[in-house]
Design a binder for this molecule. Structure first.
Ligand code: HEC
Ligand code: HEC
Length: 489
């Protein structure tokens, strides 16, 4: 016992000494990530320079689902409960970067946390990763809540966590000391502060899998705006072939078109996720590689096609496709096809008629403040704007974009062609199992036993499924033909 005490004091002294040598060099000095020429790897695992703001020490992050298994939304699958996906052999899931600050590897989310799609064609299939797709499974809010709950838990102490770390890692003494005396207490405080920063989300409707409130965190944390009660919940967008968008000359990005420049959107994305003027010089290279990746990266081809045996659930009929194509040209192409006069323009909300909460979340004041945002570096923003509607985007990879509309309020492609008042009022989201009938992903209770799905209620504020009634008055055979065509995108 005495020996134990003596050892503890000694460890404490060493820790203090180490601190004396320079906490900055030990804990915060930016160490470059290993360079990679694989653009998909950089997109999925590259650092966007947010480690100082969000990076959790690797071993703490690693053992949290073990120590706090009871705080996970489901049982026994660790971070997969939040829709995270591991590639074979990778130390962290897709959408996380591992990067060393000082001497300690940190784990923090990057763009692919949200911008990563996946699909399964049959329930037992392993999920196929879709680079930079819309992260339909990923439940960012549940992850944030888990971190908050763990940080508030009495077991967030060295005596509970170190034995679990020591069981799986053979750390040198100095690193164990750092974890015990510095990193565990500091992380606990940081998680608590993060929970306070996100407290405004609690009275609002849940984001649920595949959605976040993208700009309210920036408004409240970076731009110094007060909580205005707005609800900005919106579906993740896929990032595909953005060079084609830029080639249009004039275009708007984000659901409400609040930016009109792709490069600025990328930099603003990184700032929103915790990158700062201090980390920018080191992060810039990887962020440029990521931007290049999303300019060229395209979705995988649709599995729905002509020429399959008629009993194949993915089989389509050539005559029906031709009919659907003609209907699309008549009723949809103006807004959604290459060359369409209104593609990538903002359609006034009074015209498209969809839920306006997301639109109202972004304000003229926020536009002015983000444009002037410097934080010790001139970011050169000049393309933020306040609009009055939602952007009509291209529909590439439509089979991977469900649920549909900016708030993800319409479960399937078939439901997009149903009159708004007759659309499904409650459904389950979070699956990546392709719905072969309706198009999109399965959305009924229990339809996907392998995913943590949550109930989506269209009656909650921000969740409305009204509007976008295009094509809903077509006779049923025409709807079937149009649906078949939409499945091929
Ligand atoms: C926490 C989730 C999340 C992270 C992390 C994230 N995004 Fe996004 N991104 C979204 C959502 C949600 C939208 C749609 C938001 C809206 O307009 O309502 C979006 C929209 C975009 C768009 C507009 C796409 C279009 O077609 O108009 C671009 C470009 C983009 N993000 C790039 C990035 C980049 C680059 C990063 C990393 C630096 C990043 N995002 C990080 C969730 C995220
Ligand atoms: C007048 C322009 C306009 C026309 C015509 C139009 N749309 Fe749209 N569409 C939009 C806008 C704007 C949005 C985004 C609205 C929102 O999310 O609130 C949208 C969204 C969508 C989405 C959701 C995309 C996603 O990623 O979630 C689909 C699918 C879609 N439209 C299909 C169609 C089809 C099919 C037709 C023809 C029957 C059609 N649209 C006609 C403007 C239009």
């Amino acid at each position: 016992m005495k020996l134990h005490l003596l050892r503890a004091t000694l460890y404490g002294l060493i820790a203090v000494l180490v601190l004396g040598l320079g906490a900055w060099a030990v804990l915060l000095r930016q160490v470059p990530q290993r360079a990679s020429n694989d653009p998909a790897w950089v997109f999925n695992h590259g650092s966007i320079g947010n480690e100082a703001a969000q990076g959790l020490p690797y071993w703490i992050w690693r053992v949290m689902p073990v120590v706090f298994a009871d705080l996970l939304p489901g049982k026994g699958r660790g971070y997969a409960e939040f829709g995270m996906m591991w590639e074979r052999g990778a130390p962290v899931p897709v959408g996380f970067a591992q990067k060393t600050l000082g001497v300690i590897p940190r784990v923090s989310p990057n763009c692919a946390f949200c911008h990563q799609g996946s699909y399964r064609l049959a329930p037992e299939d392993p999920a196929q990763l879709v680079s930079a797709g819309a992260g339909t499974r990923v439940n960012v809010q549940a992850y944030v809540r888990f971190l908050a709950a763990a940080g508030d838990d009495a077991r967030f102490t060295a005596s509970h966590m170190m034995p679990v770390i020591n069981r799986i890692a053979d750390l040198p003494l100095w690193e164990r000391l750092l974890y015990r005396y510095l990193l565990i207490p500091a992380t606990r405080r940081a998680l608590h502060e993060q929970a306070v920063r996100f407290a405004w989300t609690e009275p609002r409707p849940d984001w649920g899998p595949g959605r976040i409130d993208p700009f309210n965190p920036v408004k409240f944390a970076n731009l110094g705006l007060p909580d205005d009660g707005t609800i900005g919940n919106s579906d993740m967008m896929p990032l595909w072939s953005l060079n084609d968008v830029e080639a249009m000359g004039e275009y708007a990005v984000h659901w409400d078109g609040l930016l009109t420049d792709i490069h600025e959107t990328v930099v603003a994305g990184a700032i929103g996720d915790g990158m700062s003027y201090q980390s920018w010089p080191l992060a810039e290279g990887a962020i440029a590689q990521m931007e290049d990746f999303i300019r060229h990266n395209a979705p995988p081809p649709s599995p729905f096609r002509v020429g399959l045996p008629t009993d194949d659930p993915f089989a389509l009929d050539a005559a029906e496709i031709a009919r659907g194509k003609a209907l699309f040209a008549e009723t949809c192409a103006e807004c959604h096809a290459r060359g369409g006069a209104r593609l990538r323009t903002v359609i006034p909300v009074d015209e498209v008629g969809t839920d306006r909460h997301r639109l109202d979340m972004w304000t003229a004041e926020a536009t002015a403040r983000y444009t002037a945002y410097e934080d010790r570096h001139d970011w050169g923003f000049d393309s933020f704007q306040k609009t009055d509607g939602y952007v009509a985007t291209e529909l590439t990879g439509l089979w991977l974009r469900g649920p549909y509309l900016h708030n993800g309020s319409v479960p399937s492609l078939a439901a997009m062609l149903v009159r708004p008042e007759d659309r499904t009022k409650k459904f389950w989201r979070g699956s990546d199992l392709v719905d072969t009938e309706a198009g999109g992903f399965v959305s009924t209770q229990g339809a996907d036993p392998y995913r943590q799905t949550t109930l989506y209620d269209t009656s909650l504020p921000g969740n409305g499924n009204q509007g976008h009634a295009y094509g809903t008055d077509l006779p049923s055979p025409d709807k079937a033909a149009l649906l078949a065509f939409l499945k091929t995108f």
